[in-house]
Design a protein around this ligand. Structure first.
Ligand code: ATP
Ligand code: MG
Ligand code: MG
Ligand code: MG
Length: 571
């Protein structure tokens, strides 16, 4: 690409509504422009990065055996009525009426459409397992679109769906997809963690989210690098659900900000008596029958539960009270004795943290311990970092649920989410195949999402400095910039730039030749803001000695290299 033909659109200042770094830098680097709340136009530099991520995702999907399809963005209401989500999905679903008075929605996700396809195309178990994927625009009428393309209303998702005759087959594909997701984030070069997660409005019984670690993340994730423990703390989200309770305005009311999770506030929120707390665990899940979210803070005393109240967060149902542990487990759909981070229920309820001191400590963040009289709580043991403030970061000395490693709680950006849906959609839409015995059998399903546009922003959150973006090489808009000094006036500069440009391109690199009539300072600043990993400066002075100036965006030092070796040096 010759810069004289390119649209830079770089800006010195970010718009005032851009509060996170990635949003600021994406606007300043000329990658995106907002057209309306949560709606963005992608400019050439943004598109180049987007396409590189997209091609890594597509490649890994194909390697995992998934077949590409393209489903419509506009979906008929009938399918959503069949699945029951037309009523359940809520105001995030943008509904439309056509000229004939028929109802539609703008697709926020595609379980219904793909299940409709599968029930028509598949007749026999011999055709399964099968996995489809698409990379497509989704629309969700987010209550609070923010952070640029990180939480926009229109965004790009890779969504994949798998179909099976058995739960075992689903598990196998789920594992393959889990690995494919790790491959995607490894190839891009991000610091991420897969964590056990809630299944939200998509449903299902078992799911993992993939989080890019960054302070601007909206989720708290608890994990231990020394063991297998990793889960989404989810408390902040549960509170947000509570805040959505006002149907008249659909306004979000800040009851608690995500970082004031004191024992007392959580306990008040759940109508719990904190004086009886000995140990805690947090339970969150979806009540499939009532379609409401349940959060429970379970209080234990010497392995006997003193008291528990579970409040339905939609505020419709009054708090319940339970007497025994088995009552509680039964009420949330878990088998007796099944509580633990792996505990699952048929109703999609997951115990996400069991008496974890890390989660406990998170509740305590910001609290004054002298304000609480919590019988049996050992502050030193259960909240070791209480005095040293930032409990979000490291809770040292905590053993994980398998007794190894240290649990840390960090902020994460959800970039991917995979689900074992089981049979819920296939059952609702009567998607069956004939099994080995010739009997009609409801299919098992998995679904697998990656926020392709969100990854662009998430990658910046982990890779920037005061001058701009520091792209991982895998997704940089250009691999190398050739900055020409006096391209128009000096023939030797022009010849050398053109030679480098042609040869580097022939090696398969994405090359930007900055042939503009701009001051060198302007060109250097643009290169740095755009985060181009390699920069070559070509000027008459260097050429007199057959040298060019090389600079690596991350390492920063200028270095003279010979014109002869330049191409090999970069490649
Ligand atoms: P979030 O918790 O951030 O609202 P979600 O759990 O609602 O996300 P999923 O239904 O799991 O999202 O969709 C799969 C992926 O799509 C998410 O992991 C995320 O990367 C991406 N995604 C979801 N909502 C948005 C959005 N509003 N803007 C950009 N990407 C999004
Ligand atoms: Mg969401
Ligand atoms: Mg989520
Ligand atoms: Mg999700």
């Amino acid at each position: 690409m010759r810069a004289s033909n390119y649209l830079f659109s770089t800006l010195r200042d970010a718009p005032t509504d851009a509060v996170v770094t990635s949003h600021q830098l994406m606007v300043r680097a000329g990658m995106i422009r907002q057209i309306s709340k949560g709606l963005y136009t992608w400019l050439p530099t943004g598109v180049k990065v987007f396409r590189k991520i997209e091609s890594i995702v597509r490649d890994e999907m194909e390697k995992a055996g998934a077949l590409e399809v393209i489903m419509p963005g506009v979906q008929p209401a009938e399918l959503w009525q069949e699945s029951g989500r037309w009523q359940k999905y809520g105001p995030e679903l943008l509904r439309l009426v056509d000229r004939h008075g028929r109802d539609y929605c703008l697709g926020p996700t595609h379980e219904e459409v793909i299940t409709e396809l599968a029930r028509n195309e598949f007749t026999s178990y011999k055709q399964l397992p099968a996995t489809f994927f698409q990379i497509q625009t989704k629309f969700r009428d987010e209550v609070r679109p923010r952070f640029g393309v990180m939480r926009s209303r229109e965004f790009s998702m890779k969504d994949a769906y798998s179909f099976h005759v058995s739960a075992e087959s689903l598990q196998q594909t789920y594992d393959v997809m889990h690995q494919a997701y790790c491959n995607v984030f490894d190839r891009i070069g991000l610091d991420y963690r897969p964590v056990l997660a809630d299944t939200g409005s998509i449903g299902g019984a078992y799911s993992h989210e993939f989080h890019v670690l960054a302070d601007s993340g909206e989720d708290d994730i608890a994990f231990s690098d020394g063991s297998n423990f990793a889960a989404n703390v989810e408390l902040a989200e549960a509170i947000t659900l509570k805040e959505k309770a006002d149907p008249a305005t659909e306004e979000t009311k800040e009851v608690f900000t995500p970082d004031c999770k004191t024992i007392q506030k959580v306990a008040e929120f759940l109508s719990l008596d904190v004086t009886k707390t000995v140990k805690t665990m947090l339970v969150k899940g979806i009540d499939a029958e009532q379609n409401s979210t349940i959060v429970a803070l379970v209080l234990r005393g010497d392995h006997t539960i003193n008291e528990l109240k579970v409040e339905k967060l939609d505020g419709i149902v009054a708090p319940f009270e339970f007497a025994s542990e088995d009552d509680i487990l039964a009420s949330i759909g878990c088998a007796p004795g099944s509580i633990g981070p792996q505990g699952l229920s048929e109703k999609g309820i997951r115990v996400i943290a069991d008496r974890s001191a890390a989660v406990m400590s998170d509740f305590c963040a910001g609290a004054n311990k002298d304000d609480y009289h919590i019988t049996g709580l050992n502050w030193e043991r259960d909240c070791p970092n209480f005095e040293t403030a930032d409990l979000r970061n490291v809770v040292e000395g905590d053993p994980s649920p398998d007794g190894q490693g240290t649990i840390v709680i960090k902020r994460g950006i959800e970039v991917g989410h995979i689900f074992q849906l089981g049979q819920q959609y296939a059952e609702a839409l009567n998607a069956t195949v004939l099994n080995e015995n010739g009997k009609a059998q409801i299919m098992h399903m998995g679904c697998y999402g990656i926020g392709v546009s969100r990854i662009v922003a998430a990658a910046i959150e982990q890779n920037f400095d005061e001058k701009g973006i520091l792209w991982p090489e895998s997704i940089a808009p250009f691999d190398v910039a050739i900055v020409a000094m006096n391209y128009d006036k000096s023939e030797s500069v022009r010849n050398e730039c053109d030679r480098l440009y042609t040869e580097l391109k022939a090696k398969g690199l994405d090359v930007l030749l900055d042939d503009r009539k701009e001051r060198p300072g302007v060109k250097f600043a643009d290169c740095e803001l755009l985060g181009i990993p390699h920069r070559l400066v070509v000027g008459d002075k260097g050429l007199a000695n057959n040298t060019l100036e090389y600079k690596n965006r991350r390492q920063g030092e200028n270095q003279d290299i010979s014109t002869e070796s330049a191409v090999d040096f970069i490649v």
